[in-house]
Write a protein of this length. Structure first.
Length: 254
């Protein structure tokens, strides 16, 4: 498994430990609002993007009342909430790894200033629109902790039979890559085998990766952490491949 994928898995396992719970709930509410607006209404059964946002909120222990209010506000009920704009930022971290950021913001000038300042302080560079996006593609990504390699291989075949594009099994983690439309079907096939995935979400997956040395890897991980802590940044992606020993230290320090 490549180092960028391991970083994503570690981030998922850390969960809300990195962010104050209130800030996490704000980001989850914004995800829900955008899903209602862009995905086709406030019914999760009819809105694929909303269904994912609601499931992510539930897995992060967001109260059901909060989820319901977020859907109602975005659907036109209640106070309407804040007016959000979806923006993508692109740049490079120390050592040249590509970084792709997805933001939801009520104030694009503030967010742009915060992102640029963070890149500059951490040795990265904020780039022009399109400079790295070409190297990422939208995929469904399912991860399963799987210490039993034989069982992992069996599940890989189940996923492929169900329509998965690709699978990777390494270091006790099974990654399943799907088209966005097949995400729920393949997750259902795994659950039919008695397996509950660690995560199932839409992700921007890099087509090619770049291997970083230890110094650049540590600096890039720091940059990504600070970027993800910004109020308006929803998700961060990278094509950086981190050395195993750096990721081990990063996980231990979490």
């Amino acid at each position: 498994m490549s180092g960028h994928s391991k970083w994503s898995t570690i981030k998922h396992q850390k969960g809300v430990a990195d962010v104050k719970r209130g800030a996490m709930f704000t980001k989850l509410s914004r995800d829900i609002a955008l899903a209602v607006r862009e995905g086709g209404g406030g019914d999760p059964d009819m809105n694929f993007r909303l269904r994912l946002a609601v499931e992510k909120a539930k897995s992060s222990n967001m109260p059901l009342d909060n989820i319901t209010r977020a859907i109602k506000r975005a659907s036109g009920d209640g106070d309407g909430g804040e007016q959000l704009e979806e923006i993508t930022y692109e740049g490079y971290g120390p050592g040249g790894g590509a970084i792709l950021l997805q933001a939801l913001t009520p104030n694009r000038n503030r967010t742009a200033a915060d992102v640029r300042s963070t890149f500059n302080k951490c040795g990265g560079n904020l780039g022009e629109s399109g400079c790295v996006a070409w190297n990422f593609e939208s995929k469904g990504l399912i991860t399963v902790e799987m210490a039993d390699e034989e069982k992992g291989e069996e599940l890989s075949l189940v996923a492929i039979d169900a329509g998965a594009d690709d699978v990777k099994l390494e270091d006790g983690i099974l990654e399943i890559f799907t088209s966005p439309e097949q995400l729920f079907n393949i997750r259902g096939a795994l659950e039919a085998e008695g397996i509950k995935p660690e995560s199932a979400e839409l992700s921007m997956v890099p087509k090619t990766t770049i291997t970083l040395d230890e110094t650049a890897a540590e600096q890039t991980l720091k940059l990504l952490d600070i970027l993800e802590e910004l109020d308006d940044i929803q998700k961060a992606y990278t094509n950086a491949d981190f050395p195993a020993e750096v990721l081990e230290r990063y996980q231990e320090s979490s």
